[in-house]
Design a protein around this ligand. Sequence first.
Ligand SMILES: Nc1ncnc2c1ncn2[C@@H]1O[C@H](COP(=O)(O)OP(=O)(O)OP(=O)(O)O)[C@@H](O)[C@H]1O
Length: 778
Amino acid sequence: MALGFEGAAGAKDEQSEAAGYRHRELEQEREYVSALYRRLDQLADRESERRQRVQLQEAGGTHQSRFDRDVSEEKSSRRLSQLSAANYGLCFGRLDMVDGDRRYVGRLSLFDEEDHEPLLIDWRAPAAEGFYRATPAAPAGVLRRRQLRTRERDVIAIDDEVFDLDALNDDQRESLNGEAALFAALTASRTGRMRDIVATIQAEQDRVIRADLSGILVVQGGPGTGKTVVALHRAAYLLYTFRERLSKRGVLVVGPNPTFVRYIDEVLPSLGENDVLLSSVGQLYPGLNAVGSDPAATAAVKGSLQMAEVLANAVKNLKRVPEAPLRITVNRGTIHEDVVELGVAVCERARAAALESGQPHNHARRVFQKEIITRLARLTAESLGSRAVGHEDLADIATELRADPDVRAALHQLWPVLTPQQLLIELFSSPDRLAAAAPDLSEEKRAALWRAAPEDGGGERYWTPSDVPLLDEAAELLGDVQTAEEIRRARAAAAEHRAELAYAEQALEEMGIKGLLSSEQLLEQYHGGPEFMSTAERAAKDRSWAFGHIIVDEAQELSPMAWRVLMRRCPSRSMTIVGDIAQTGAVAGTASWHEALDRYVPGRWRQEQLTINYRTPSEIMAVAADVLRAIDPDLTAPRAVRASGTEPWSLRVEAPDLAAALPGIIEKEADRVGDGRLAIIVPTALLAELRTVLAETEQVVFADEPSALDAVAVVLTVEQSKGLEFDSVLVVEPGRILADPPNGTKNLYVAVTRATQRLGVIHSGELPELLRALSPSS
Ligand SMILES: Nc1ncnc2c1ncn2[C@@H]1O[C@H](COP(=O)(O)OP(=O)(O)OP(=O)(O)O)[C@@H](O)[C@H]1O
């Protein structure tokens, strides 16, 4: 049966016997774990000596020797960072199997030096599965599961579950995996950064983590059910299990905003995985960090699928056929100056030939240009008089014409070459162009898209996260801006690169280091690339990169246009999508998984549900449940795993005094959370006012400041608080959050589910009816 040591005793002598047993077992585990650390240190020392030796080797030499040296150094660095990630919490569990086998489970695998017997099993290995999956009802060969609770390198407690089916009641069958360790983790103060949960993963979460790599898996779950943390552990699991495949193509994790990305960025390194690209949607376009913001109406239009058509039209409209023959002055200012006439039919033919090539706009321009220049060369030759003009002469004339400023201007007028940024700037700043490209958008929607052209060509603040999918779409339609010569060279280089890659692939196979390095990395090393670039770094720079797996967090926030970008980045459709439809806040966000996915993989995606809330205590969830019912009476809030013993409260302060009272309320609450973290979640419209009001309040920062995650108290909008959690949360003016269209109720649901311990609501006027479960405070 499932029991801790505490439950075993009855009479006094039995109690002291149990205590003695407990003590002996604890000592035994302390010794075992110390031995594991000795082995870890030994491996780390050897690896760093090896690396030093490699570093001392001469830098020059042949390609081959330089390559060997770089591979060794890279291999050592990776191993060292894996070993150092296991410096604390190395081992956290033990499985005693029915067949007498005993397995220790931890952050990585360790083997005995002499007999190569496993001393410790990596949590991701199949042999460790029972540690997370075994239940009293389905023990899967496990007799006892032991949790080792550790502080730094010492074992401080052990908790046992003994699976004995005969002695179970229903509650015990449903018992949580490693309750004591889990509760210790859940009630600890938050640090502002997400931590890994490798020691306390629960069975329903483990099923998601170890699910098949292929296809699209949607993980739907209410707030605090561990979607984010599970998604990150899944990334680590997939990299461990499919190392060879994924090290080459890489894994991308997409979060809703840069603050969230910073919040989660320590989890994968703590699991020994450093080569995953983390990005928000605003960072997905290489070379751009879009930090501007759009009014809701603008974001709604930009996110809608209609924009794909608008952009396709905008690119189509770039190609112009003149209404009358075009008169072009050639050889201006020379003795050969002349005016030639380019007929409408010629332009039409050239345009048709270019379109027929099926290439993106900027590439097809070459076909167009060739047709026009050939025609102009003939006309120019004719204008030179009756002298016979041969092939070579025509070629020379064509070369001259290509450089002729008037000819270039005419070509630009007929078929301009543009970057995606230029296309969007020109489109959004011109009501006429917008009207021509978006005849199906209402006047109002077109007006929402209008924006003055920037003087500096558009910096970080000009571009918004909603622009990124549009830039990506435009880049697809336009293609790179390259000259014909550049394109010819790029094609030749690509062919050579493909041949070299095939060769490198073979070399990796023969050297037995496939999975450590990709063939691309090997080639880079071989050609003496400036520095070693990880797969994630290479992928971050390449818009056309196809990832091996994509994980999307807070996926309900993605607009239809953002979904298109992600689908383009993952042609294999190997994706994990985590989110909660009840928390959609973005105006162009996702209302249903069917709506988002059926377009790409009709009927070919699967869904898992997470049902237990590990973050929010039951007292707060009672309040949240009323808000959820207002969103949809058929939805059920996830079951809170614990109570905090603290009632969530509300405080009414009338409008003129509210701003003045806030600093005092915040200071008091910050004192209460001690070394924990406090969030003040406010309606977007109040943000500017509060910046002034709270300017002098100690320890308070705003979410857009770099130190936001490390501060004792941070002020955020609901949007900025997505996916984050805090020990205590103050929600200010919930009525205004509710009244903010179109997702006010969902936003309030997000706001009240951010706390791990305490929730307070401060309001002027009547408290919204759906927060009636709060206890009024004076
Ligand atoms: N098995 C577990 N052991 C310990 N802590 C856990 C476990 N599962 C979840 N948690 C903790 O619960 C909290 C909520 O997890 P997480 O942020 O992943 O939830 P979420 O479902 O993404 O929430 P939201 O939808 O609100 O963003 C985190 O602090 C996480 O570390």
